[in-house]
Design a protein around this ligand. Structure first.
Ligand SMILES: [Zn+2]
Length: 269
């Protein structure tokens, strides 16, 4: 490396380490090295590809599909209002979409920018509207807290030696899109997406508040997570989003019970 390049990289690294974002409501400072709007644009393309793929069966018009739409819209409008009222509005320009996908896997996700998918495999566990609000509130929380961008930023830092180089490429569309494709599984490999334990706890906390803001009683979340724990035992596992990085089921349910009073403060009947 030429000496002057080293100098530029040094400056870059300093600038990078100073890059932080703040998670709404929890106030947690997080690393932010990637361009969120770039990620959202790419996520929208990946979502479109995924829905348009011949292997993807999007369910339209059934009562279940309508319920996914209804709950999604309720949560999105409550969250959008909250962000506006608390001065976060200019940081969020989500183009919300909610789709039910025919897929046995117990899963649901929300891509950066508000592109949501619920798999039919999770419906026996959500069981009712409030259960669906629990899962969608949790997934929307991951997107609002920009957990994907944070994961990408962390992996850039983890590759210490190549920091400056990787940051330079991280904003390039094709890299971002490849990461998103891997995470959301275009081409059959579904749900490799995994968040850290801290991110899961944060999504649980925000998710309860979001469901409450949307008019769903956060106490209903306990039943959902209990049913999820049972389903995991009987099925011998669930995809990463609902298994590997999560705290143990008992600990999680315990933690959720502790978070309910805060969420009840936002509950609008
Ligand atoms: Zn999660």
């Amino acid at each position: 490396m030429k000496p002057f390049m080293k100098h530029i990289c040094g400056l870059l690294i300093v600038g990078i380490i100073a890059s932080c974002a703040t998670v709404p409501l929890t106030g947690r400072k997080q690393l932010s090295l990637v361009n969120e709007s770039e990620i959202q644009q790419q996520a929208a393309l990946v979502y479109k590809d995924l829905l348009g793929d011949s292997k993807t069966k999007v369910i339209k018009g059934t009562s279940q599909a309508q319920l996914v739409q209804k709950v999604g819209k309720n949560i999105a409008s409550a969250v959008t209002r909250f962000l506006q009222e608390n001065g976060y509005g200019n940081q969020y320009d989500f183009q919300w979409e909610f789709n039910l996908i025919q897929e046995d896997q117990i899963n649901a996700w929300c891509m950066p920018g508000g592109k949501v998918a619920v798999y039919t495999g999770i419906l026996p566990i959500t069981k009712n509207e409030a259960g669906l609000a629990t899962v969608m509130g949790h997934e929307v929380a991951h997107a609002i807290a920009k957990h994907s961008a944070e994961r990408m930023s962390q992996s850039i830092i983890a590759q210490a030696g190549g920091v400056a180089v990787d940051v330079a490429t991280a904003e390039k569309s094709n890299t971002t899109r490849a990461v998103l494709n891997t995470a959301y599984g275009l081409g059959g490999q579904l749900a490799l997406l995994s968040y850290s334990r801290n991110q899961e706890s944060e999504a649980d906390r925000l998710g309860l508040v979001f469901m409450a803001m949307a008019g769903y009683n956060p106490n209903e979340a306990v039943g959902f997570w209990e049913r999820m724990a049972q389903a995991k035992q009987s099925q011998g596992g669930a995809p990463p989003e609902f298994l590997s990085t999560h705290p143990s089921d008992a600990r999680r349910i315990n933690n959720i019970q502790k978070l309910i009073p805060e969420a009840m403060g936002y509950y609008k009947k």
